[in-house]
Design a protein around this ligand. Structure first.
Ligand SMILES: CC(C)(COP(=O)(O)OP(=O)(O)OC[C@H]1O[C@@H](n2cnc3c(N)ncnc32)[C@H](O)[C@@H]1OP(=O)(O)O)[C@@H](O)C(=O)NCCC(=O)NCCS
Length: 147
């Protein structure tokens, strides 16, 4: 499997492709959309994407700085036909390297209940009680990065 993962820039054709993937995987199934205001806030966030051997964008992950030490992982999505092949794990591992390189020491995230086992395998721990977000149950999770 020849998958390439690299940073992409806000406002580029690759970013637009990523928003389409995110919509298909994360929003449309819930009957939700992204507002222009929500996307405009992403101009200074960190965008990581995975591409297949044809250069098609098949996975996306967002890192949003919260403080100097803490970064929030958001919007983790793998195209349906590529799920369960290790790409989500590769993307999370790559994002941890990126976060470390940028000086962050803790990654936090809001995991959908269905994705909790995925993050647990990657070393993320549960923090606190179940809560609702985008109409479905979530748990807060976090992982300390080794410097
Ligand atoms: C969740 C998601 C990002 C995982 O990416 P992926 O590429 O499918 O995951 P991987 O193939 O790297 O899976 C790694 C391991 O976690 C397991 N896993 C993946 N998703 C899981 C799930 N929903 N429940 C339980 N285990 C899961 C896999 O079985 C795999 O275990 P294995 O190595 O023993 O086979 C992806 O399936 C996805 O986009 N799902 C829909 C959107 C979503 O839920 N995003 C997360 C929002 S918080």
């Amino acid at each position: 499997m020849n998958i390439e993962i690299h940073l992409i820039a806000f406002g580029t054709p690759e970013y637009d492709e990523a928003v389409r993937l995110r919509y298909d995987i994360l929003r449309a199934p819930l009957g939700l959309t992204y507002t222009p205001e929500q996307l405009a806030e992403e101009y200074n966030q960190i965008h990581l994407a995975g591409f297949d051997s044809q250069g098609v964008l098949i996975a996306y992950l967002n890192l949003t700085p919260a403080t100097e030490e803490v970064v929030k992982m958001r919007q983790v999505a793998v195209a349906s036909t590529w799920q369960g092949k290790g790409i989500g794990s590769m993307l999370v591992a790559e994002s941890e390297k990126t976060a470390s390189r940028l000086g962050f020491s803790l990654i936090t995230l809001h995991a959908r209940e269905s994705a909790v086992p995925f993050y647990e395998r990657l070393g993320y721990g549960l923090v606190g009680e179940r809560f609702e977000e985008v109409t479905i149950p979530h748990f807060k999770m976090e992982k300390t990065l080794r410097m």
